[in-house]
Design a protein. Structure first.
Ligand code: NAD
Length: 490
């Protein structure tokens, strides 16, 4: 269902319907979600009212609202996690961490995020200060892989800063989005301040370009981010674009190989490789034999991963999120001419005909710049490269149009610092998986991964506009007139 102006309802005249089928078995119909383009106009109109209501609330009332939302998200964590697990096939343990991150975001926003947009005076200039004002109506467009946590990462700062929101979730996870919306209503979000419109890409396209929308907070692929940028060109609305990655893990000569192997295994295959920060490239410093050995080692570990139904205990990896995701992944790996160290196969755990696929590892001895090496495959595959020295490893890590995440595995702080200063990414982790991120830090990428408006802690910044305020004397001081002004009293 959609949520418009505080009321949940299906569109009266639908243009289509999403049949939400779990990728875990391709049988269980979770629900039917009719959608209509005309809902976008209604939702934006409701959000314009909602924006007025939000801007009338004081900052502390808005912070309280966000904290209340966090409380409901925490109380309904299990329901939210199950909805995520069935919608996109994320194993329950991992879906729980996503649900927990949603509640944590409320606290971080109310405590730390709002501090970034608190008024501040200009030092040494009495009467000069900076205030932050809300933008108005913000569209939030969500991806399928974190269908609740990432939209929530835009929604809560938007509300905390006094905006209203129209949320268009991924068409792969309409059920999880509706459960999320019900949490916000339960927490007492004012009617119109938070609206939900279900539907596929064209609904998102209409919403992003809508003249009643003041900003677009988007998490998804580079190609859709680019389409949004083109469609909104000249509208002067704020775009915060969080996009894809082709992330590299660098294993330097002195790394602890057990630790590095575990971190890379986790980075490449958690969420079945469907994370924007997933490591899809491993670069091993040293002679080619070292990379050969690392590829074999990770392949062996990957073979032992438990793949199964997302609601079963002890499962590391569930299915890919949809048949489309599965087809895209299989096409992606079919493009490589590299040696297959571990081949991907379709699996049927418990005899289920879901979107299950096992991990794959490829050893690339001669990089040839094919789409396999350049494009985000968004599935459980790791390409392993060798580099003769640290400089070559860093250069190779940067030889991509993306710039989201990287990890460097080394015992040497100096070596890490050298790499950190040269790696062109917004997230650079030391002896940790590429997928590690803190909600208390900014989160965003360079190049095709983002447009320099990082989310995470910094999300309150793109939900506001700074306003410079200079205060003068209330009465005219005749002694301080500009040269050449001859004052005449009436
Ligand atoms: P996607 O780009 O296909 O879709 C994202 C959203 O945009 C969906 O809601 C979709 O319906 C909507 N959309 C589609 N066409 C549109 C259009 N023309 N105008 C407006 N909206 C439109 O992404 P996805 O497949 O759902 O998610 C996977 C992608 O998201 C990957 O590239 C991944 O790296 C990226 N991602 C990035 C981050 C990050 O923080 N940088 C986090 C998670 C995922």
């Amino acid at each position: 269902m959609d949520l418009i102006g505080g009321t949940f309802a299906n569109p009266r005249h639908a243009d289509g319907a999403i049949e939400d089928i779990s990728p875990a078995d391709l049988q269980h119909v979770i629900g039917n979600f009719p959608w209509a383009l005309s809902q976008v106009d209604d939702a934006v109109a409701a959000a314009r009212e909602g924006a007025r209501a939000m801007s009338r609330m004081s900052p502390s009332e808005r912070a309280d609202l966000v904290r209340r939302i966090g409380g409901v998200l925490k109380a309904r964590e299990d329901e939210l996690a199950r909805a995520i697990a069935v919608d996109i096939g994320k194993p329950l343990w991992e879906a729980r961490t996503e649900a927990q991150a949603c509640a944590a975001k409320a606290t971080i926003t109310a405590d730390d995020g709002l501090r970034l947009v608190a008024p501040f005076p200009a030092p040494g200039q009495p009467g000069a200060e900076c205030r932050f004002r809300p933008l108005g109506v913000l569209a939030v467009l969500g991806p399928f892989n974190f269908p609740v946590h990432l939209p929530n990462g835009h929604v809560l700062p938007a509300l905390a800063c006094g905006n209203s929101v129209v949320f268009k979730p991924s068409e792969v996870a309409p059920h999880a989005a509706e459960v999320y919306a019900r949490c916000l209503v339960e927490a007492g979000v004012p009617a119109g301040a938070f609206n939900l419109v279900q539907g596929p890409g064209p609904v998102g396209a209409k919403l992003a370009a809508h003249p009643g929308v003041d900003g677009v907070l988007f998490t998804g692929s580079w190609s859709v981010g680019l389409a949004i940028e083109r469609a909104t060109h000249g509208q002067t609305k704020i775009l915060a674009l969080e996009m894809g990655g082709k992330n590299a893990a660098l294993v330097l000569r002195d790394a602890d190989l057990d630790k590095a192997a575990y971190d890379v295994l986790f980075s490449a295959f958690v969420s079945a490789g469907q994370r924007c920060t997933a490591a899809s490239r491993l670069i091993v410093e040293g002679p080619p034999e070292r990379a050969d050995a690392m590829a074999r080692r990770i392949a062996k570990l990957a073979e032992g991963l438990t793949i199964g139904h997302p609601l079963d205990a002890g499962v590391f990896m569930g299915p890919l999120a949809s048949e489309t995701a599965l087809a895209r992944f299989e096409t992606g790996i079919s493009l490589t001419r590299a040696e297959t160290v571990l081949a991907s196969r379709r699996l049927s755990p418990r005899g289920l005909r879901g979107c299950y696929v096992s991990p794959s590892v490829h050893r690339v001895r001669r990089p040839d710049g094919t789409a396999y090496e350049r494009e985000e495959l968004f599935g459980p595959d790791l390409a392993v490269f060798d580099a003769p020295d640290e400089d070559a490893a860093v250069a190779f890590a940067n030889a991509t149009e993306y710039g989201l995440a990287a990890s460097v595995h080394t015992r040497s702080r100096e070596a890490f610092e050298r790499c950190l200063s040269r790696i062109e990414c917004g997230v650079v982790n030391w002896n940790a998986p590429t997928v590690g991120a803190s909600g208390r830090l900014p989160f965003g990428g360079l190049k095709r991964s983002g447009n320099h408006r990082p989310a995470g802690l910094h999300s309150t910044l793109y939900c506001t506009a700074p306003v410079a305020v200079m205060s003068g004397e209330a009465a005219l001081d005749r002694g301080r007139l500009a040269p050449g002004v001859a004052w005449v009293d009436e």
